[in-house]
Design a protein. Structure first.
Length: 435
């Protein structure tokens, strides 16, 4: 995490003080359950809460202890004992470090998912608003970067809305999958601790018991979580690249908002660059970079090793913090995006009507021409226009073989822009419902 791309609310989830607070809550809730089962005195469980519930844990002190013990959970428990006193001997009864570490990580990941879901809602709201604003704003659709047939800018935004709607559904599922708790002891057999303790802690922490753990919570859950973040990041980049292309000088159909006093280049005062979209491309790469280690963390030795631990200490904060920043930035970019319908129309007209070639070809087949012959007739009139040597409509009207099938009026009919937009309402209802 670096401050430049970090929002405070997400960062706070991963701060040491938050982590130690969650560790304490796990231990204290476990003590409550142990007390109810008669394993430890009820007064001891009460003392743990009373002495440490409002405590600010001394991170420097915990770090000092860890430098000696070389064990983070033991260092924390030692510091907790300094706060609680003699009753601390009843803390962590029958538990192993992974019970605390894994349950805490899943609490953090679910909290992070909640923030990311709120971010996605902001993106979806911005996309919906702008999509309806430009529902019928015609623009050129491109395949392979080349002019194809007309679409609307609203449809471009609707594509993104549908994609981020799927992203939200996936993240909800990933959050549910990772929201498990393990308090099962060494190698996960509950030999030293009753399964009812796990059930109590899980409920208290907003999780569900892990059906079977092996001292660690299975990392396929986390692999799915981070893979979902990676897919969302790819959707962010997909939209960002679209904006980058549309802002190119030769296209200029849309561009990022350029604020008063903003500078585009240290050398060229005229520049207005798509810096936000380019930034989103880079941030998306970083989120995806954590997908591979998440997948590799699934493979651990026997009931447990810690090969996953070092990677997770980085990927948990970095991936969630980075995606959080990127989604909020994307929502702002969409909301303030400058759209230029006149330039869109200019680009629609750039190829002299070639964007209607398929309609002409199909009209010829409807009048009796074979598809192969129709294709050749249209293409031989299209290529001169492509080279800047005439107008497509006029060339077709002068082609005697074309005229065997189509009258001038029938040829002109194929150049109706509105024909391409007749199902926009249908698509919008599919994407947005009846709103």
């Amino acid at each position: 995490m670096i401050p430049r791309y970090t929002r405070p609310e997400m960062a706070s989830i991963w701060e040491p003080q938050t982590r130690f607070k969650i560790w304490f809550e796990i231990e204290a809730h476990a003590a409550d359950a142990l007390a109810e089962l008669g394993t430890i005195p009820k007064q001891a469980a009460k003392t743990v809460w009373d002495k440490a519930r409002s405590a600010t844990f001394d991170v420097a002190r915990i770090d000092e202890i860890e430098r000696e013990t070389k064990h983070d959970v033991i260092a924390f428990l030692t510091h907790l004992a300094e706060i609680v006193g003699p009753e601390a001997r009843f803390v962590h009864q029958g538990m192993t470090s992974s019970d605390v570490l894994d349950t805490c990580l899943n609490v953090q990941l679910t909290r992070a998912a909640d923030l990311l879901l709120a971010d996605l809602d902001k993106v979806l709201a911005a996309l919906k608003k702008r999509a309806f604003e430009h529902k019928m704003t015609p623009t050129i659709g491109r395949s392979h970067g080349i002019h194809a047939e007309p679409v609307t800018f609203g449809l471009k935004l609707a594509y993104a809305y549908a994609e981020f709607s799927r992203a939200k559904e996936r993240l909800i599922a990933a959050r549910k999958e990772v929201a498990t708790c393990a308090i099962s002891g060494a190698v996960g057999t509950f030999a030293q601790i009753d399964p009812r303790v796990e059930e109590h802690v899980a409920k208290a922490m907003g999780l569900v018991p892990e059906p079977i753990s092996t001292q660690v919570i299975p990392r396929d859950r986390h692999a799915m979580y981070f893979s979902t973040l990676g897919v969302i990041a790819s959707s962010v980049e997909r939209f960002a690249v679209e904006i980058r292309h549309m802002q190119r000088t030769e296209v200029l159909e849309a561009e990022e908002f350029f604020s008063e006093g903003q500078k585009g280049s240290s050398a060229m005062p005229h520049k207005r660059n798509p810096v936000l979209s380019e930034n989103l491309t880079g941030l998306s790469r970083m989120v995806r970079a954590y997908v591979t280690p998440a997948l590799e963390n699934v493979v651990l030795w026997h009931e447990r090793d810690i090969s996953h631990s070092s990677a997770e200490r980085m990927m948990g904060p970095d991936a969630t913090v980075t995606l959080d920043f990127a989604l909020v930035r994307l929502a702002g970019l969409i909301d303030k995006l400058l759209v230029y319908p006149a330039n869109m129309q200019k680009n629609l007209d750039r190829l002299g009507g070639l964007i209607h070639s398929q309609r002409v070809m199909l009209a010829l087949t409807q009048k009796g021409a074979s598809r192969e012959d129709a294709y050749k007739l249209v293409q031989r009139n299209a290529m001169p226009v492509w080279r800047g040597e005439g107008d497509f409509l006029q060339l077709l009207k002068k082609d005697t073989e074309v005229k065997k099938y189509l009258t001038d009026a029938e040829i002109e009919e194929q150049f109706d822009l509105g024909y391409h937009l007749k199902h926009v309402d249908t698509i919008f209802k599919r994407v947005f419902g009846e709103s």
